[in-house]
Design a protein around this ligand. Structure first.
Ligand code: NPW
Ligand code: K
Length: 477
């Protein structure tokens, strides 16, 4: 599991550790890791030109000490001081002693750089880059130099992943002690490039603020049928989706569910002919969901429409005493009081627009603060919530760490891909995963399936569904 802690927690851990260590030791650990990472990226250090962008805090101090280490190994190191009167004194002295110098012509030095080290601002930053730093970014881009961010790409919000103005775009980020939420959540994540974590010995709490499943975590959570499993033990998932107008949503949700380890898939609704034509293995029913027979979980909402029939289906499913995944039209039609009053697990799967409607705020507010939005939704609806996006987030109703999905891909932004995810996560619910596990494992497999199906070219939702078994095999190694 990859875990992230917010700035306040990092500061507390840092204070405790610093009290036990000689002065400056922590910064030396950070700088040593940073210099080693830069050396690795450069291949050969001797003769390379390195420019340090140095702000007025300890982030700049890290850059200066790392620059001194690179200078000692034969690099030509130049520091651009963005707040000259506040630049880290010890770091500056170390750099000069190692043969580095302070730049007198920033843009010219940047133009000739092989590597630019971004030490403008780290966890002490608020808001986007200030004008002096923002102005240099054009030169950095044009130089073609490798850009390595110290701790975080400057200009991004460490705790939320927001990017409120100009921000550095790094090829790699070397971060200290722990991942910060901004390194795992878009849009900031995308600015960080490849992230490397340097252990500096911080003592952190047991429960992180954010966590990202890795291959091994997903593999451990995947349901695998045992020798004695019949279809009911493997989980039967019911799908109440589709309408005369949107039969395709039903087909795609069933497609996702059938590839996701369910023992059987029951479909209820007006798209039964379309479903059975494509998937003869599906069990189809015409009557209300409550009469369809035994299921271990329901998926309701994709393409449901908002006529009386759809509303009736939704009411019926929400009254069932099994886990329920509510998606798409289901989210629009659901009575918040009914959702809150449910005792079996509920998983809501909105995109930003649907989340905004559920919270009664503007979509832009959700997009700018996705972490806060998913937490608030889970608390207000007393449900697990999967907020779709470039980095999908999953929060549980009891608080605790928010899961962030690391396999997102822009190829998933295609019509119907949400229907596939609903079926997939619903099947995992039926197999007995908790709502948070079903949502986060579902999002993980869904993203991986899209990547495998896409291979760098556009894909449709059916291709994503068809690639779920490949994603499953990939995870299980
Ligand atoms: N924690 C740890 O365990 C360890 C931490 N270490 C390192 O220390 C770093 C944190 O250092 P820090 O506390 O000195 O803050 P830092 O990020 O350098 O900012 C300094 C000043 O910048 C300013 N400023 C604010 N916003 C800005 C903006 N948008 N653009 C420009 N400037 C802006 C603001 O001053 P202001 O101008 O607002 O008065 C603020 O006070 C951390 O990221 C890591 O690299 C490691 O060495 C060892 C282990
Ligand atoms: K930085």
């Amino acid at each position: 599991m990859r875990t992230a802690f917010g700035v306040e927690t990092v500061r507390t851990a840092e204070r405790e550790l610093m009290a036990r260590l000689p002065e400056g030791a922590l910064m030396q650990r950070a700088a040593a890791g940073l210099a080693a990472a830069c050396a690795e990226l450069l291949g050969r250090v001797y003769g390379k030109r390195v420019v340090l962008l140095v702000g007025g805090g300890d982030n700049g101090g890290d850059a200066l000490y790392a620059g001194a280490r690179l200078a000692r190994r034969g690099a030509g190191v130049t520091a651009v001081l963005l707040a000259p009167e506040r630049a880290h004194e010890g770091g500056l002295k170390a750099l000069r002693a190692a043969g580095g110098r302070v730049s007198a012509a920033a843009e010219r030095d940047i133009a000739g750089a092989d590597l630019v080290l971004d030490g403008i601002v780290g966890i002490g930053g608020k808001g986007g880059l200030r004008p002096a730093a923002a102005q240099l970014m054009g030169a950095v881009r044009e130089s073609g130099a490798l850009v390595v961010a110290v701790d975080l790409p400057s200009g991004v919000e460490a705790d939320t992943g927001e990017v409120l103005g100009d921000a550095v775009r790094a090829d790699a980020t070397v971060t200290f002690g722990t991942y910060k939420p901004g390194l795992l959540i878009d849009p900031a994540r995308e600015r960080a490039g490849a992230v490397r974590l340097i252990d500096i010995g911080l003592g952190l709490p047991a429960v992180p603020e954010l966590e990202a499943l890795q291959y091994a975590d997903v593999a451990a959570l995947l349901p695998v049928p045992g020798a004695s499993s019949d279809k009911y033990r493997r989980g039967v998932v019911g799908i109440a989706a589709g309408s005369a107008r949107y039969p395709g949503a039903a087909v795609l949700a069933v497609a996702g569910a059938l590839r996701s380890g369910a023992g059987a898939v029951r479909y209820v609704g007006p798209a039964a002919d379309a479903v059975i034509a494509r998937f003869p293995e599906a069990l189809v029913h015409a009557g209300p969901p409550s009469r369809a027979g035994r299921v271990q979980a329901w998926v309701v909402g994709p393409g449901l429409g908002d006529d009386a029939h759809g509303r009736e289906q939704l009411r019926d499913v929400l009254a069932a005493d099994v886990p329920v995944l509510v998606d798409a039209d289901g989210l629009r039609l659901a009575d918040p009081e009914v959702v809150r009053a449910r005792t079996a697990p509920t998983l809501l799967t909105p995109h930003a627009g649907e989340a905004a409607a559920l919270l009664g705020v503007e979509r832009s507010e959700v997009e700018a603060g996705r972490l806060a939005a998913v937490r608030r939704l889970a608390a207000e609806y007393r449900a697990a919530v999967l907020l779709k996006g470039a980095t999908t987030l999953v929060a549980g109703p009891e608080g605790g760490p928010v899961r962030v999905n690391p396999t997102g891909t822009s190829w998933l932004a295609t019509a119907g891909s949400g229907d596939v995810l609903a079926g997939l996560a619903g099947a995992l619910l039926a197999a007995g995963l908790t709502a948070v596990d079903a949502g986060s494992v579902g999002a993980y497999l869904h993203g991986l399936a899209a990547r495998l199906a896409a291979q760098g070219a556009p894909v449709g939702a059916q291709d994503v569904a068809a690639a779920i078994p490949a994603a499953w095999r990939d995870v299980r190694g």
